[in-house]
Design a protein around this ligand. Structure first.
Ligand SMILES: Cc1cc2nc3c(=O)[nH]c(=O)nc-3n(C[C@H](O)[C@H](O)[C@H](O)COP(=O)(O)OP(=O)(O)OC[C@H]3O[C@@H](n4cnc5c(N)ncnc54)[C@H](O)[C@@H]3O)c2cc1C
Length: 446
C-alpha cells in the first residue's frame, strides 16, 4: 500500500542518491556494527543531528554512550536535507502559541531557535567541520500579491514581540538583491541563518563524537527492545546492547513497531529535492538570481530553494504521500515543472539529482524534548516540522542536558517540554495528511 511508511523508504543498506552524497568526503572514523554483548550508560537510537549532538553533550559529562544507527550516521534526514540552518521548527502560528504557552514561553522558544543557529556555527568552528557555510539570512517570497499585506503585519509582529528586524522588499528591490522571479511579488528578508552542506556537517559531528569517546555502531538497526527493572536490552541482528537509559533520536524515521512509546504520536511527511548542474554566470544573470540567501515561497506547501556555493541550484518542496519507489517519478516531474515555471530562464538546465526523505510533525505542531516514561529512563527529542538542521542540533544538546541534570525542564521553553500528544485515531494519519494537503493547496491559491 503506497503511504508515507512504505518499506521502499527504509532500505538502510542503500546510500542516498543525493547531491550531498556525491560531494562529501566519506566518514573519517570507522563505525563498527554492534556484535556480541555490550553495555553502556546511555544508548542513543539514530545517528543524525539529534543523536550526535546529544552524544557529544553526554560524553562531555563522563557518560559511556553508544549510538545504534541502522545505516550510516547522516543516512536519515540529517544527510539529505536542503541545508538551511535557520529558525522555524514549528507549524503552529506564533499567535496560537502565545495563547497556549504564554508570551514568555513563546519568546523563550524563539530565543532557543535563534540560539540553535548559532550553535551550528559554533560546533563547526569548535570541531573544524568544513560544512561549506554560505549565504546570510533567509527570505520569504510572496507567491501572490495579497501576501505582501501579511508580510507587513508579520514584520510589525516580529519587531514588537521578539525585537527582530526584517526588511520588506518590493519586486524591484528583489531584482536589485539578485532574488527575482516572475511569480514573486515581494519578499520579507530576515538576517538569521545560513546555508550548509548537511552531510559534511553530520559526518563532522560523527567524527567529533567518536573522538569524544562515543561508540557509534553503523549498520546496527534496532530490531527488538525489552525492558526490565535493570534497564533496557536493545537487540540488533548481530548483537545486544544493555543500557540504563535510552534516547530515541529517529525523528521522521521512528519505528513504531519496536516500542509503543512513540506509536500514534508522530506524522512522517515527505520532502523532495532536485539539484541542477552548475549554472553559468550568464544563466544566473538571465534569471536575475545571483544571491546565496536561503529562500522560501509563502505557500503553506512551500517550496524552498538556494544557490549553492558551486552555482548549482537546489529546489525543494514538501508534499506527496507515496513514499514507494513508484511514487518518486511523478514527484520528480511535478517538482521539476514547478521549478521551470518559477525560474523560466533555467528550463534547459539539466537536473542532476533528485531525492527525498521524511520530516516529522507532531499533533501540537511544535517540537518535543523530554522523557517518555515516568521513571525517566527513556527520552526523546524530535518533531522539527521540516526544520531540524539547527533545532535538531540544539534539541540533542538540550535533551542531554536534561538527562544529566545540567538543566531542568523549567530552564527550557515550555513550548517544547509540555507533551508529545497522540494523534486521534492514529491509523487515519495518512488520510489526515492527504486532507491537509488538499486544504493547504486551496488556501495557497487564494
Ligand atoms: C528532503 C528534506 C529536506 C529538509 N530540509 C531542511 C532544511 O533545509 N533545513 C532544516 O532545518 N531542516 C530540513 N529538513 C529536516 C531536517 O533534516 C531534520 O529535521 C533533521 O535532520 C532531523 O535530525 P534527526 O537527527 O532528529 O533525525 P534523522 O537525521 O532523520 O536521523 C534519524 C536516524 O535514525 C535512524 N534509524 C531509524 N530507525 C532506526 C532503528 N530501528 N535503529 C537504528 N537507527 C534507526 C535512521 O537511519 C536515521 O539516520 C529536511 C528534511 C528532508 C527530508
Amino acid at each position: 500500500m503506497p503511504s508515507t511508511t512504505h518499506p521502499d523508504a527504509f532500505h538502510f543498506e542503500w546510500p542516498v542518491d543525493s547531491y550531498w552524497e556525491a560531494s562529501a568526503p566519506p566518514l573519517e572514523a570507522a563505525m563498527p556494527l554492534l556484535s556480541g554483548n555490550a553495555q553502556c550508560d546511555v544508548a542513543i537510537i539514530g545517528g543524525g543531528y539529534t543523536g550526535l549532538s546529544a552524544a557529544l553533550e553526554l560524553a562531555s559529562s563522563g557518560m559511556d554512550v553508544r549510538i545504534l544507527e541502522a545505516a550510516e550516521p547522516g543516512w536519515g534526514a540529517s544527510g539529505r536535507n536542503g541545508g538551511f540552518a535557520c529558525i522555524g521548527s514549528h507549524k503552529r502560528s506564533y499567535a496560537s502559541m502565545i495563547s497556549i504557552y504564554g508570551i514568555d514561553g513563546t519568546r523563550a522558544f524563539y530565543r532557543a531557535m535563534k540560539e540553535s543557529v548559532g550553535l551550528v556555527h559554533d560546533l563547526c568552528t569548535e570541531h573544524q567541520i568544513d560544512a561549506k557555510i554560505a549565504g546570510k539570512g533567509e527570505i520569504t517570497l510572496a507567491h501572490l500579491p495579497n501576501r505582501l499585506e501579511e508580510f507587513r503585519a508579520e514584520q510589525k509582529f516580529l519587531r514588537e514581540t521578539f525585537g527582530d528586524e526584517t526588511e520588506l522588499l518590493t519586486p524591484a528591490e528583489l531584482k536589485l538583491y539578485g532574488l527575482w522571479g516572475p511569480e514573486f511579488h515581494g519578499g520579507l528578508l530576515g538576517r538569521t541563518g545560513f546555508g550548509i552542506h548537511p552531510l559534511r556537517y553530520v559526518r563532522g559531528l560523527a567524527t567529533a563524537a567518536a573522538k569524544a569517546g562515543v561508540t557509534i555502531h553503523s549498520r546496527s538497526r534496532l530490531m527488538r527492545w525489552e525492558e526490565s527493572s535493570n534497564g533496557h536490552v536493545l537487540s540488533t541482528a548481530n548483537g545486544t546492547l544493555r543500557a540504563k537509559r535510552v534516547l530515541v533520536a529517529t525523528n521522521g524515521y521512528t519505528p513504531e513497531d519496536i516500542s509503543n512509546r512513540h506509536a500514534g504520536r508522530l506524522m512522517p511527511a515527505l520532502s523532495n529535492i532536485i539539484v541542477t548542474r552548475p549554472l553559468s554566470d550568464a544563466e544566473l544573470q538571465a534569471q536575475c538570481w545571483t544571491s546565496h540567501v536561503m529562500a522560501y515561497d509563502s505557500r503553506n506547501l512551500l517550496h524552498y530553494f538556494r544557490l549553492l556555493p558551486d552555482k548549482r541550484f537546489l529546489f525543494g518542496g514538501r508534499g506527496g504521500t507515496d513514499a514507494s519507489n513508484a511514487g518518486a517519478g511523478p514527484m520528480r516531474q511535478k517538482l521539476t515543472a514547478t521549478f521551470h515555471r518559477l525560474f523560466p530562464a533555467w528550463s534547459n538546465a539539466e537536473i542532476t539529482h533528485f531525492w527525498r526523505g521524511f520530516v516529522c510533525l507532531a499533533y501540537d505542531l511544535v517540537p518535543y524534548i523530554g522523557p517518555l516514561d515516568e521513571k525517566k529512563t527513556v527520552w526523546t527529542a524530535l518533531a522539527y516540522h521540516g526544520n531540524g538542521v539547527a533545532m535538531g542540533t540544539w534539541s540533542g544538546r538540550a535533551v542531554a542536558q536534561l538527562m544529566t541534570d545540567r538543566k531542568k525542564a523549567a530552564d527550557m521553553p515550555n513550548v517544547i517540554t509540555r507533551r508529545l500528544a497522540n494523534f486521534p485515531l492514529p491509523a487515519f494519519r495518512p488520510h489526515y495528511l492527504k486532507g491537509a494537503y488538499l486544504w493547504f493547496g486551496w488556501k495557497d491559491s487564494h
